[in-house]
Design a protein around this ligand. Sequence first.
Ligand SMILES: C[S@@+](CC[C@H](N)C(=O)[O-])C[C@H]1O[C@@H](n2cnc3c(N)ncnc32)[C@H](O)[C@@H]1O
Length: 273
Amino acid sequence: MTKPTPSNIGQAYDNFADLLDQLWGENLHHGYWNDSSDDASFEVATSRLTDKLAGLLTIEPGDRLLDIGCGIGEPAIRLATAHDIVGVGISIAKGQVERANDRAAAAGLADRLSFQFADAMELPFPDESFDVVWALESLHHMPDRWQVVREAARVLRPGGRLAIGDFLLRSVDGTAADASSVDLVRTGVLKFVDIDEYQANLRAVGLLPEAIEDVSDHTRPSWAKAAERFEAARDLAEQHIGAEQFGVTLSRFRQFADEPAVGYVLLTARKPG
Ligand SMILES: C[S@@+](CC[C@H](N)C(=O)[O-])C[C@H]1O[C@@H](n2cnc3c(N)ncnc32)[C@H](O)[C@@H]1O
């Protein structure tokens, strides 16, 4: 199957914005539930995942943040509301950039936060220009994750921190999972990687891995909840992607709700200096 390009992915995000609003709301990422008795709503749980990743980082007043793959801006807005920082977010979807800027202005943050259209594969920023680089559930879309990680390392100042939330390919009972069994290419998930590959590639670009949390058991309910919402939005979804692709995507969401090989990792790394 031909893999979608960044431009295809950006257009899909904008074309399907109404559907994504129904499915995910303002956070375009998975949620975090404490345990099986946690009945937090999707909205609460997705904001919680932002807070969990932020909690693994040192964020200082005055820090300059880059949000790679900013969605409609909610994670950066949440970070800038909680911390006295300035920031820039980028997305490959032009409509998202416009909405993120409108949302930052509505939150009274226009003087500290801005969003722009850019491809993360070639960050349009000078070397050593950010204290924190943040990529929450965006790297799976990149044609080459490690090129984006290399770019992140380049724009981080010495001592700067990288925070990532990403899907994970996990070993099951000590056996490496088969990546082809967790295929979501059509929905833009180009590749799942495992923790060892992550650590090796962070080190290869000169970053020092710090926190690594496999939060798969906490994020897994997202798949079943996404399936429920997807089914509720069937008419709209079928208008966008057709009945056949709707069925394939729904069955993948359901498969992943019970698939231990599909996980989720939060990790941070530091640029020495
Ligand atoms: C699943 S959404 C996550 C959005 C946001 N981080 C959040 O948590 O709400 C993935 C984001 O990555 C962006 N993205 C995908 N490929 C990109 C690329 N090559 N360059 C910049 N952004 C990209 C999409 O436009 C989208 O905003």
